[in-house]
Design a protein around this ligand. Structure first.
Ligand code: BV8
Length: 232
C-alpha cells in the first residue's frame, strides 16, 4: 500500500522506553495522583503548591531523558518520506523534537515551558516552579503554571489537526490508550476520510477495533513499520 499523507498521533507509551512513566498502566501517574487535584485549572486555583509538587519532578525527569529508537524512526520518516508527515503528540516531553522531528504539534502543551495566569506570556523554563516564582513578563507572583493543557481546557492547534485528519490517507497511532478526548476521537475522523488506520501499541487501546492493523512495543515495531513505509 502506498501512502502520500500521514498523520501520526503519539502518547505516553512512545516515551515509556525512555524511562518516562505512562498514565494508566500499572504504577502509572494516575495510580499515584488524583488528576482533579493536579491536572485541572480548578485544582491549581485550590492548591498551586500541590500542582508544582506534581510537575517539578516530572520536569526534572524529562530533562534527563533521551529519545529512543521509536522517536528516531519517526523523525527519519518525516525526513525521508516523499509525501506529507504531521506528528501530533499528547506528550508534554521534548523527546520527539530532540529526535529531529520538526512538523510537530504538542496538542497538550510542553512541560519545558511555563505560562503566566495573569499576563498570559509563555516562556521556556528549566528548573522548579513555585508559588513565589515571579512572571518575567508582568512581575506578578503566584500565577506561573506549567504551559500544559489540563482537563477541561482546550487542546492546542485543533484546527490544523482536524484539517490534516481530513486529508490524510494513513493514520498512525503509537503508544496511546485512546481514553482522553478529543485525541481519542481522531481515528474516527481519519477513518471517515477513508484513511488506513494502524495502531502500534503494547495493548489494544479503547478504539482498537477501529484500526486495520495493530502491532506491539514501540522500540520494536516503530522502526520496522517505518522501514516498510519508506520501502513503499
Ligand atoms: C477538552 C497534559 C474541550 C497534562 C493531558 C467524558 C467523556 C468524554 C470526554 C470527556 C468526558 N469528560 C471530560 C471529557 C473531556 C476530557 C477527557 O477526555 N477526559 C477523560 C479522562 C474521559 N478531555 C479534556 O478535558 C480535554 N479538553 O475536552 O476540551 C474540547 C472538546 C472538543 C474539542 C476541543 C476542546 C483536555 C485533555 C488533556 C488533558 N491533559 N496531559 C499532563 O500530562 O500532566 S491528558 C494525558 O493523558 C496525556 O497527555 C494523554 O492525552 C492522556 C492519555 O494518556 P496516553 O498518552 O494515552 O497514556 P496512557 O498511560 O493512558 O496509555 C499508554 C498506552 O501506551 C497504553 O495503551 C499502553 O498499552 C501503551 N504502551 C505502554 N508502553 C508501551 C506502549 N505502547 C508501545 N510501546 C511501549 N513500550
Amino acid at each position: 500500500m502506498r501512502f502520500n499523507n500521514i498523520v501520526i498521533l503519539t502518547g505516553a507509551g512512545l516515551s515509556a522506553e525512555s524511562g518516562l512513566g505512562t498514565f494508566r498502566d500499572k504504577g502509572g501517574v494516575w495510580s499515584e495522583f488524583n488528576l482533579e487535584e493536579v491536572a485541572t485549572p480548578e485544582g491549581f486555583a485550590r492548591n498551586p503548591a500541590k500542582v508544582h509538587e506534581f510537575y517539578n519532578p516530572r520536569r526534572r525527569r524529562q530533562a534527563e531523558a533521551g529519545p529512543n529508537s521509536a522517536h528516531r524512526a519517526l523523525a527519519r520518516l518525516e525526513r525521508d518520506f516523499p509525501g506529507q508527515v504531521l506528528t501530533v503528540t499528547q506528550n508534554i516531553d521534548a523527546l520527539q523534537e530532540a529526535a529531529g522531528t520538526r512538523n510537530l504539534i504538542h496538542m497538550h502543551g510542553e512541560l519545558a515551558r511555563v505560562r503566566c495566569g495573569s499576563c498570559g506570556v509563555s516562556l521556556p523554563w528549566e528548573g522548579d516552579l513555585s508559588v513565589g516564582t515571579l512572571c518575567a513578563g508582568c512581575g506578578m507572583p503566584g500565577l506561573m503554571r506549567p504551559d500544559v493543557v489540563w482537563f477541561g481546557e482546550m487542546p492546542r492547534q485543533m484546527d490544523r489537526i482536524y484539517e490534516a485528519l481530513g486529508t490524510c490517507d494513513l493514520f498512525l497511532s503509537i503508544g496511546t490508550s485512546g481514553t482522553v478526548y478529543p485525541a481519542a476521537g481522531f481515528v474516527f475522523e481519519a477513518k471517515n476520510t477513508g484513511a488506513h488506520a494502524v495502531e502500534l501499541n503494547l495493548e489494544p487501546s479503547e478504539g482498537a477495533d477501529l484500526f486495520d492493523e495493530r502491532h506491539g512495543p514501540a522500540t520494536a515495531v516503530v522502526p520496522m513499520y517505518v522501514e516498510r513505509l519508506l520501502a513503499g
